[in-house]
Design a protein around this ligand. Structure first.
Ligand code: SF4
Length: 695
């Protein structure tokens, strides 16, 4: 219930849900939030908000919050509440015991991309300096790691090129594998404003999303491809751009590696990449591909927005590279209204990657094998660093099954619910000797844990989040941590107990250290963010003291843009007689990821189950009617959902959201993953669908 006028005090903070990063005024009475008001001066949202940020904060005071540290020797034992000191000392002694028995590399840490930059930085520092290895990873692994790879190798920076506001200068918007109306609603509203002003729209998506057709907007082209066909479509678009000479030669000669362009031009010109050759493979008409390519390439300003429908594929990194190739070939880089814009799912996906939460990169995307970078960190941290990349999340699971990875510190991630092939994940967790979970709820992963450390919600944090447009925004503590300690303090206590001293007194000191060690952050501090109205877009340094809204203006971060060949080979997940459908997944506006927060708020009123969308022809053939229960079986597992019979989805493809993991979306998904980054292929799973009686 929202009681107007009850507030006694308020603070400006940042929404902890999606990568738009809306700014809110949290109005408080004592230590209770009475309402969240969108901030008219918010850099990303300018007074707008969606139902998640506006209403879904009640989880912070939900009765399920865990506030006491707990330990147990075996996962079959009952939890025992203990003091913070005992829990931390036990966790540290277990890590030391495991390393003494199995070696320095037998433990690691995971940190959620929903944590603040300062918390993410501290976890990777704990792993590198106190554990003594690079076994640190983040849930960005399972969403946008291909973005980090693909944009880095082509343009030199693992980040989107524009501000959100830039879309207001775009003449043709190309959306690939994203549904901003559900996933990034405040940005979608801005985009729709531009579309109503007359910008053209192309949507590449297996499903007719709200962005394809809704009140006052209709896409000029909807390339309703088969899941797994992104690279084929991107190559066919490129074929048209090259063979019809729609590329911008002057831009390419001046800004890109001409040799790489020529090689790419020859490759995409091959008959096998033509729209006519690709049409039957990807399921889109050649005429529509040709029309869409002309529309994008001829636009004065053409912009590309993409999401997990691009990255969560076996060819996720290839598709990101292909998108970057399209933008460079058409000269759509380096000014307002253009660019390549990954729509980040979580509030701080960009930030957690910036902070070095990957096993191969130190903060600022500097490779662990880079001697100069490593020596800077070694001097600052007073420690010798491992030059070898550590284990990624799926490698940790595999190593656990082999008996070489035995201890895990997991802050804010529920890997049992969010990672693919649940059976493999739980088997790996059962094989480990000590799992330390730090979270606000006793989540599914905690069922396999030996130490539980209570975490804090965004309302209890000081720090920063970095949104999809590289905007670093302040997160302000509006109530004290309910468990007594903030997440950064817990990491610090663990580090000290392990014998590696950390002595920060406030997250601002952590940001100061980040700025001192990260060239793109040297101008960032809490004070500077406040001076600039609450946010700064990185790079922010001596050359750009007020931040950088648009990247790659005069030259690419890597110097010259590099075209890379993107051979299409499709998904390894093939349909068969036993598994005749392709299952793909997405989000709904009112819920968020596995629902841990939104399902403990008012938002559950609006959407309280995942459903399986199936085309009317497929449903009729199987005797499935609206609301019937259906069984979904893949090569990995099975689940049961209710049917939503709709022609939004194409024949042969079924679709579900993943906000209710108990209904099993990740039990079905397989371990297939991106070739470059191991990002799971959540978007393509071959399944069978059959009517079943109510479970
Ligand atoms: Fe929060 Fe995203 Fe909604 Fe903004 S659009 S209020 S950041 S969930």
């Amino acid at each position: 219930v929202i009681m107007m006028g009850q507030a006694e005090h308020s603070k400006i903070t940042t929404c902890a849900y999606c990568g738009v990063g809306c700014s809110f005024r949290a109005e408080m009475k004592g230590n209770e939030v009475v309402r969240m008001l969108p901030n008219p001066d918010g850099g990303a949202n300018q007074g707008h908000a969606c139902v998640k940020g506006r209403f879904a904060w009640g989880y912070a005071t939900h009765k399920d919050r865990m506030l006491k540290p707990m330990i147990r020797k075996k996962i079959s034992d009952p939890w025992q509440e203990v003091s913070w000191e005992e829990a931390i000392n036990y966790a540290a002694s277990e890590i030391k015991r495991i390393q003494a028995k199995y070696g320095r590399g037998s433990v690691g840490g995971l940190v959620s991309s929903r944590c603040t930059n300062e918390e993410g930085y501290l976890v990777q520092k704990l792993v590198r300096a106190a554990f003594g290895n690079n076994n640190v990873d983040t849930c960005a692994r399972v969403c946008h790691s291909p973005t980090g790879y693909g944009l880095k190798v082509t343009m030199g920076e693992s980040a989107g090129t524009q501000t959100f506001e830039s879309v207001m200068k775009s003449d043709c918007i190309l959306i690939i594998g994203a549904n901003p109306a559900s996933g990034h609603p405040v940005f979608a509203s801005m985009m729709k404003r531009r579309l109503r002003q007359g910008a053209n729209l192309i949507v590449v998506d297996p499903r007719e999303t709200e962005m394809v057709k809704s009140a006052h907007i209709k896409a000029d082209y909807h390339l309703k491809l088969k899941p797994g066909g992104n690279v084929g479509v991107v190559n066919a678009l490129a074929h048209v751009i090259v063979t019809e000479k729609l590329y911008k030669e002057e831009f390419i000669r001046e800004r890109c590696e001409w040799d790489s362009f020529q090689e790419w031009m020859e490759f995409v010109s091959l008959p096998e990449n033509s729209p006519e050759a690709m049409a039957p493979i990807v399921g889109v008409s050649a005429g529509d591909i040709r029309g869409a390519a002309r529309l994008y390439a001829k636009a004065k300003n053409g912009s590309i927005y993409y999401g997990l429908g691009v990255t969560e594929h076996a060819q996720g990194s290839t598709a990101v590279i292909g998108i970057a190739n399209l933008a460079m070939a058409t000269g759509n880089i380096g000014r307002e209204g253009v660019g390549v814009n990954p729509l980040r799912g979580q509030n701080n996906v960009q930030g957690s990657c910036d902070m070095g939460s990957f096993p191969h990169e130190l903060p600022g995307y500097r490779h662990v094998s880079d001697t100069t970078a490593r020596s800077e960190f070694e001097a600052a941290w007073n420690v010798k660093l491992d030059p070898e990349p550590g284990l990624r999340i799926p490698n940790m699971f595999d190593a656990a099954m082999e008996g070489t990875f035995m201890g895990l510190y997991c802050e804010g991630e529920d890997i049992v619910q969010s990672d693919p092939n649940t059976q493999h994940v739980t088997a790996a967790l059962e094989a480990m000797e000590c799992i330390i979970v730090q979270d606000i709820f006793l989540n599914e992963t905690a069922k396999y844990a030996h130490v539980f450390l209570p975490g804090s919600s965004f309302l209890e944090k000081d720090g920063t989040f970095t949104n999809a447009e590289r905007r670093i925004s302040r997160v302000r503590k509006v109530m004290p941590p309910k468990s007594g300690y903030g997440d950064w303090e817990v990491t610090q206590m663990l580090s000290n107990a392990l014998g590696y001293p950390m002595n920060y007194t406030h997250p601002r000191e952590i940001m100061d250290e980040i700025a001192a060690l990260t060239p793109t952050f040297t101008g960032v501090s809490f004070k500077r963010i406040d001076e600039l109205g609450g946010s700064i877009q990185w790079p922010c340094n001596a050359e750009a003291p007020e931040g950088t809204p648009t990247m790659h203006i005069d030259e690419f971060v890597r110097g010259k843009g590099r075209f890379i060949l993107t051979k299409y080979y499709g998904s390894g997940e093939r349909t068969s007689k036993d598994f005749p459908f392709i299952l793909t997944t997405g989000r709904i506006l009112s819920q968020y990821n596995v629902g841990a927060q939104t399902r403990r708020t008012f938002n559950n009123m609006w959407h309280s189950e995942d459903r399986l969308e199936i085309h009317p022809d497929d449903a009729a053939e199987r005797g499935i009617k609206q609301d019937d229960w259906v069984g979904i079986t893949s090569r990995a597992g099975q689940s049961v959902l209710r049917a939503e019979v709709t022609d939004r989805i194409q024949p042969g493809v079924v679709y579900t959201t993943f906000h209710f993991p108990e209904s099993g979306a990740n039990v079905i998904t397989t371990s297939s993953s991106d070739w470059a980054t191991n990002c799971p292929e959540y978007k393509v799973t071959a399944v069978q669908v059959t009517p079943v009686s109510q479970p």
